[in-house]
Design a binder for this molecule. Structure first.
Ligand code: CU
Length: 172
């Protein structure tokens, strides 16, 4: 009788270990899918954009701009104090503005990713820190991050439920 009970208990333990493993494998598979599956987003049609950027020692306003890949981007750039410039890493784009004199330039956002733009005129001691960011393309990193977060929450809920079931199973 006792032996029988022990063996069923062992079997139960073995089974729960197996389901735990299966769950862990399933969750890691989901995580890999989220990380590496190409997300079939409806790519937005390229448009013409006009973006105004102010330069003041030692910052750009806005310091971050977002466009979609293929957009024709026209930058209207104006300095509010001393001579400032703007050049975008990875793009052949450069403008220089005298104080209060807006200048415009256009480029096509052909390459996706994050590119820094910098002041291209030595304008003072903090000049090297005058940096902004240009994001090109749909933000897949953010989408994947959100999906991974959701998966983590689901996994946590599952493991909580599992341990509750095990505890109640032992007491009865
Ligand atoms: Cu500068």
């Amino acid at each position: 009788m006792m032996e029988e009970l022990l063996s069923t208990q062992e079997e139960l333990n073995h089974q729960s270990l197996q389901t735990k493993w299966r769950l862990m494998v399933l969750i890691s598979q989901c995580a890999l899918l989220i990380l590496f599956l190409p997300i079939p987003l409806v790519t937005p049609k390229p448009i013409d954009r006009l973006i105004h950027i102010d330069a003041t020692s030692f910052q750009f306003t806005p310091a971050e701009i977002k466009v979609n890949q293929g957009d024709r981007v026209t930058i209207e750039f104006v300095s509010t104090d001393v001579v400032h410039g703007i050049s975008i890493d990875g793009y052949d784009f450069q403008l220089t503005s005298d104080p209060g004199q807006p200048v415009t330039g256009t480029f096509v956002a052909s390459w996706p990713g994050m590119f820094r733009f910098r002041c291209s005129v030595a304008c003072g001691n903090l000049h090297p820190f005058m940096i902004g960011k240009l994001w090109v393309g749909p933000n897949l990193i953010l989408i994947r991050g959100v999906l991974l977060g959701i998966l983590a929450v689901v996994a946590a809920i599952f493991s909580l439920k599992k341990s509750k079931v095990l505890k109640t199973g032992k007491t009865s």
